[in-house]
Design a protein around this ligand. Structure first.
Ligand code: LRH
Ligand code: MN
Ligand code: MN
Length: 386
């Protein structure tokens, strides 16, 4: 039997990167609801991320999206983050808002547009040098809506070339992280639709190019934990964008609808060595909070990841291996489920307290008055979208 005390030391190094865009007004294909207290500046987004870290001890980094988080002085932004007790994490590029990119960016048939998309990534790399960020994450909206609209094959060739030119500007410590998504905004074909395509591209680039697995980017009923296992086998699982999906890319709170899937994913991460501190697997959230309050939404999210990590660590791997080896189908399944059904909330609360953190961060945040303070203070100026 594996007990909570056995696994507690492994919880200490857990770090989950939060996205700056979770704190802006965002989300859904319909109305974006504004909410009081929403940041008016990039600095205020970072302050909110730092608040999540203060209450949970789980979120020491905040990811930025360019141009949503464009500022004049990124070195100053880095210092601002450090003063708040957090660091700048992944830099996410964006070639999905500009009219020029209607028919694609890094895959575009027009060399001028493709060059513009490449240059945007070079600008992101400059931001990385200024902020100390180690990861450039690329998600492409590129694709087509109608059969025959575009030459899918030559788009792959152009993509490979664009990625190579971007990758060439990174130093050995920095990584190119390629994110796939099955569909949307393109509905007929997408240029990086799946992990296989992403893997082929990063393998062609070399060591410091890896894949990002966004949990919302698959077809229904895809076995995501299998993909985790496979990418870890190949040494190419670079990061997660965690969120919860019911229908498509819903960007809801991770683990909210299907905590069992999160548990299965985390078990496979641990099984494959992806939870080791030096594994190079970055745990990131990619979520939007459209109807719920944003800071507590993020606190809930990092706690969900922590709870399911604790449960996944509790799987008695020895007993599991024995049952598997003996061909004991239901015995193995039961060993697996025993860990999933273990309620770790009480143990986690005590463990947090022993480390000087609030036992129950959600309650502590609600009682702190912080939400009321930012709602009263952040008047005037324009609240940020995304
Ligand atoms: C695309 C995506 C990608 C973007 C983010 C805002 O759907 O998951 O990671 O950068 O959303
Ligand atoms: Mn994502
Ligand atoms: Mn997404």
């Amino acid at each position: 039997m594996t007990t909570f005390d056995d696994i507690a030391p492994q919880l200490e190094h857990q770090a989950i990167e939060v996205p700056s865009w979770a704190y802006g007004n965002s989300g859904t294909r319909f109305k974006v609801f504004g909410s009081p207290g929403t940041p008016r500046t990039v600095e205020e987004k970072i302050d909110d991320a730092a608040t999540v870290h203060r209450f949970t001890g789980l979120a020491p980094k905040v990811a930025l999206h360019i141009p949503w988080d464009l500022v004049d002085n990124f070195s100053a932004l880095r210092r601002h983050a450090e003063d708040q007790g957090v660091a700048i994490g992944t830099i996410n590029s964006n070639t999905f808002q500009d009219d020029d990119y209607k028919l694609g960016g890094l895959t575009h048939h027009d060399e001028a547009v493709r060059q513009k998309a490449i240059d945007h990534h070079l600008q992101c790399i400059e931001v990385m040098y200024a902020t100390g960020s180690k990861d450039l994450k690329i998600w492409l909206a590129d694709g087509s809506n109608y059969p025959g609209q575009a030459d899918m094959r030559s788009r792959q060739d152009r993509l490979a070339d664009s990625l190579q030119r971007i990758h060439a500007e990174l130093d050995a410590e920095q990584r190119l992280v390629l994110e796939y998504k099955i569909f949307e905004p393109a509905f007929y074909h997408t240029d990086v639709p799946d992990w296989g395509t992403a893997l082929l591209h990063v393998q062609a680039l070399g060591e410091n190019a890896v894949v990002c697995l966004d949990t919302g980017h698959h077809a229904p009923s895809t076995n995501v934990e299998f993909i985790v296992a496979q990418l870890l086998r190949a040494g190419k699982l670079g990061s997660f964008d965690f969120n919860s999906r019911n229908y498509a890319d819903d960007d809801l709170i991770v683990g909210s609808a299907d905590p069992f899937q999160l548990f299965r994913i985390l078990f496979e991460v641990i099984r494959g060595g992806g939870y080791e501190p030096d594994s190079g697997v970055a745990f990131m959230l990619d979520q939007c909070h459209n109807i719920e309050k944003k800071i507590p939404g993020q606190i809930r999210s990092v706690l969900n990841v922590q709870e399911m990590t604790a449960r996944a660590l509790l799987v008695d791997r020895e007993a599991l291996a024995e049952a598997q080896q003996a061909g004991d189908v239901l015995g193995a399944h039961e060993t697996f489920m025993d860990a999933f059904y273990t309620d770790v909330r009480g143990d986690l609360a005590a463990w947090r307290e022993s480390r000087g953190l609030p036992a129950e961060p959600m309650k502590a945040y609600a009682a702190s008055g912080h939400q009321e303070t930012i709602e009263a203070d952040r008047v005037g100026g324009t609240q940020m979208s995304w």
